[in-house]
Each structure stands twice: as C-alpha cells, then as structure tokens.
Design a protein around this ligand. Structure first.
Ligand code: GLP
Length: 245
C-alpha cells in the first residue's frame, strides 16, 4: 500500500487527479470506478481543468459509479447521477453512454444489481477505482458488518450515514434509507484502488482502516488485502499515522 501525503485538500485533489490522469493518458480505454461525497469534488474539478487545457481526453473512457440512492430520480439534486453530471460529466468530453450508475428507480432491485455486475464485467472490469471513506468506515455504501463477499446489492443505510448525509438534504427525513452499492467483492476486483481522505474528522477512521484489524466492522479495512492501493490524504487525515508516512 502506498500512502501519499498532501499538505491540504487542494494538494490531495491534485495528487489524486494526477494518478487518474496518468491512468487515462497511458490507457485511454480505461474503465474508471468513481465515487461521490464531498471529498472527490476537487479531484473532479482538477480533471476538468486539465481537460480544458487539452491534457486529457475522456472520449474513450468508461465510468462506473460505486452507488446510488434508491427511490430518487436521476434529476433529483441529491441523486448521485445528478452529482456526477454536475460535478464532472457535463464539463468533460465523456460520451453520456459511457457513464454508468446503478438505477435507484429500478422496479426490481435484484435484477438491477445483476445488470450492473454484468455491465462491469462486459466492460472488462474496473482498471482504477476511486474511493472515499465514510466516518464509520464505509466504502461505497457498504456499511459496517456487511458480508465481504457481496457484489452489487441493495443496502439499508445506517442512521449515522443518514445523519452524515443529511447536510445535503433539507432535513434528515428526506435522506433515502436505502441505496444500491457495489459490494466489497466488486470493489476488491478493481485492478487499482485510489482512496482519498481529508480533514481531521477522517483521521481516526483512516487510521483504523489502514492499521487496524481487517474486519467487516470497518469495511474500508479490507483494502489492506488489495495488491495495488494508493491512499492520498492530507496532513489532518494522516494525523494518527506514524511520521515516516
Ligand atoms: C457517501 C458515499 C461514499 C463516500 C462517503 C464519504 O456516503 N456513498 O462513497 O465515500 O459518503 O463522503 P464524504 O467524502 O462527503 O465524507
């Protein structure tokens, strides 16, 4: 596992965007797994800036997002499809048909999860998966104590996740209680994982994910077992790490 230290949020975003850029420049047909949440917003902003400078071309890239809320439409401002369109897709030249998220409005969620897993395997699997980390250690929406063996599935959000995400909604009663998420097994099948984390409030959980036991009670701890993980984090999030990192 590589741990890359950035001085601040802007530095974290630039370094993570550099890694994603290198992947796309070297392998223009890459399948990139994308994440939402507040952490990656600046990573997307940086990629857009480099696209505008003609340093990046997304025309042959495919993307698959980790997760989507159940029961809200793609044009709902808090849906992850809307987030991706607004924060990234609308500003780069990726063909709309190359961008994928689970469909949170599917009539049959089991069928939708199977469709999503097939789609990822038809694309040849994920070359690079970008991950954030939730305060309780969730990755995608894989909440603590989920079985590690799952592919894409529907999950009930923990109250702590509903509370954490309530800041994006009018109030917490508006936050969907269910989501579709790529499972831990699906995430672990990515060739490379790049996890981003910033801020004091992520220091404890990031430390437990990297130095604690590998346990479903901290879903992100599974990445210790992945052969190609890079963590890009700022000084505040790395506060508990040994100083040589
Ligand atoms: C959400 C997303 C995760 C994300 C996490 C952390 O619940 N499903 O993919 O990593 O929140 O979000 P933030 O970056 O805002 O702390």
């Amino acid at each position: 596992m590589k741990i890359i230290h950035a001085n601040d949020y802007a530095g974290m975003c630039r370094k993570a965007a550099n890694i994603i850029s290198a992947q796309i420049i070297l392998f223009p047909n890459s399948v990139i797994g994308l994440a939402t949440g507040s952490t990656p917003v600046g990573v997307y902003r940086q990629l857009i800036e480099w696209y505008r400078k003609d340093d990046l071309d997304f025309s042959t890239v495919h993307t698959v997002n980790l997760d989507e809320y159940c029961g809200i439409s793609p044009d709902h401002p808090q849906s992850y499809r809307y987030y991706m369109n607004q924060n990234f897709f609308k500003d780069v030249n990726i063909p709309a048909g190359n961008t994928n998220l689970p469909n949170g409005l599917a009539e049959d969620f089991d069928m939708e999860c199977t469709r999503y897993d097939h789609l990822i395997s038809e694309l040849g699997g994920i070359d690079l998966q970008l991950l954030g980390i939730g305060h309780n250690g969730h990755i995608g929406f894989n909440e603590p104590n989920e079985a590690y063996g799952k592919m894409t599935h529907r999950i009930q959000l923990k109250q702590s996740t509903v509370d954490a995400n309530a800041r994006f909604f009018e109030d917490s009663s508006q936050v969907p209680r269910y989501a579709l998420t790529m499972g831990i097994r699906a995430i672990m099948q990515a060739q490379k994982i790049v996890m981003v984390a910033n801020g004091e409030d992520k220091a404890e959980i990031l430390y437990r994910a990297v130095y604690g036991p590998v346990t479903p009670s901290v879903p992100a701890s599974i990445i210790q077992l992945h052969p190609d993980v890079t963590i890009v984090a700022d000084t505040a999030a790395l506060r508990k790490f040994p100083t040589e990192t």
